[in-house]
Design a protein around this ligand. Sequence first.
Ligand code: URA
Length: 229
Amino acid sequence: MVNKEILNEAFIKSIESEYIFDNAPINRLKKNEEKAGIDKKLIDLREKIKSIEDCELKKFAKNIVFNDGNPKSQIMLVGEGPGEKEDIQGKPFVGEAGILLNKMLNAIKINRKDVYITNVVNYRPPNNRKPEISEINRYSVFLREHISIINPKILILMGSTAMEAIFGQKLKISKERGKWKETIINQKTYLSILTFHPAYLLRQPDQKKFSWEDLKNIRKKIDELKIKI
Ligand code: URA
């Protein structure tokens, strides 16, 4: 018995210390706890948005459209707001703009299910109008909380509504797209990039060349930062 223990000790000492102290099961437990924490925070945020009062958007919408994709992703995309199909299905980017978005992501070898997707406003604006600035400001509080929960390494803001929600009305998307910006949200700095919204690209296909530049730029950054997707 004693001999066996001595033998084991000698064996253990002969192994690289990283194997001895590798606490993978504990890490796995911690990751599960983190995931449960994120899920709970997302449920709470969703409920908070659902209890919003006196909102012209919520009044006419069928469903809340909150999120899609992987909440543990390090890449978060923000669109404008749900359209008709999204309103019916309760899921962002499932209509024509969503089909184009999927293609854009695939072009840089990203599968939609591996990123996290949300919108500035979570209820469909009547007749698909652009959300008013007061609505953008109101929902941007939720969006900021949403970003803090997901805590992405890269934040992709698609279109002028997402830009206004984070930077206000002072910027022009045609001038600012494609530039990496450090953005402070709830006291934390995020790396963000503005790019055209897929719905805009459907209306203005000649602008796709700029979008392609942005996508390649995003792919390069993902590789540089060694982001796992
Ligand atoms: N446009 C958006 O901004 N979001 C959607 O979910 C669909 C279309």
